[in-house]
Design a protein. Structure first.
Length: 214
């Protein structure tokens, strides 16, 4: 369902097009514009590894680590870290504890736990969420279908650039490792050669001493 938004392109923006859309919007985290999905069908709140890494967020150990079959190339992933996310959408500000895991469709995914804890109500026709905080009602509106498409294209581009950069770093690390091994082998060979020479000289000296005694 999340993956589908990567391949859908629309040119018109109207309410009826929200019929097949999940709720996707943008919000600020550390003054950076990030992508966010709200989906009550997800059993946890998730922050992407990319978001945590790029913003330099501090994580904590997950008290109940687990494995999850996730909808990306990673397959089964181990979840053992959490992060507290402070975000704002317009005038609405909130914080949420999220599990940290690889995720390509968005930066932040708010699932059933967030909706339950905040008593958020979903208008399925308009695809909007409303919730109360300190006596004030806030309404969270989704991106238009066209904005969703543009947002997903940017996310995909960002992911591909990061994946390419990581691959380059891994290749450089691999090359560095090979260079280190070659250097170690060279030093080891030189030490062995020196030991052999010392051993040969020692034997030569012992033989010379035996001849002098005779």
């Amino acid at each position: 369902m999340i993956r589908r938004s990567l391949s859908v392109q629309t040119n018109e923006d109207n309410v009826e097009q929200q019929r097949e859309n999940i709720f996707l919007t943008r919000r600020l985290i550390n003054d950076k514009v990030c992508s966010m999905i709200i989906d009550s069908g997800i059993c946890t709140n998730v922050a992407s590894v990319t978001l945590v890494r790029k913003l330099g967020l501090n994580t904590i150990r997950h008290e109940r680590s687990y494995q999850l079959q996730w909808l990306n190339e990673c397959g089964v992933v181990g979840v053992n870290r959490q992060v507290m996310i402070f975000f704002s959408i317009g005038k609405y500000k909130n914080e949420v504890l999220c599990d940290v895991m690889p995720m390509h469709a968005t930066h932040l995914l708010l699932g059933r736990p967030w909706q339950f804890d905040r008593k958020a109500k979903h208008d399925e026709f308009k695809n909007m969420y409303s919730l109360e905080k300190y006596g004030r009602i806030y309404t969270l509106a989704p991106l238009t279908p066209k904005q969703v498409y543009e947002d997903q294209i940017q996310l995909k581009k960002s992911y591909e650039e990061e994946h390419s950069a990581l691959a380059k770093v891994e290749e450089q690390a691999k090359q560095h490792g090979e260079n280190v091994r070659k250097s170690e082998n060279k030093v080891s060979h030189e030490l062995k050669t020196k030991r052999d020479k010392v051993s040969a000289l020692r034997k030569l000296g012992e033989g010379h001493n035996q001849k002098e005694k005779k």
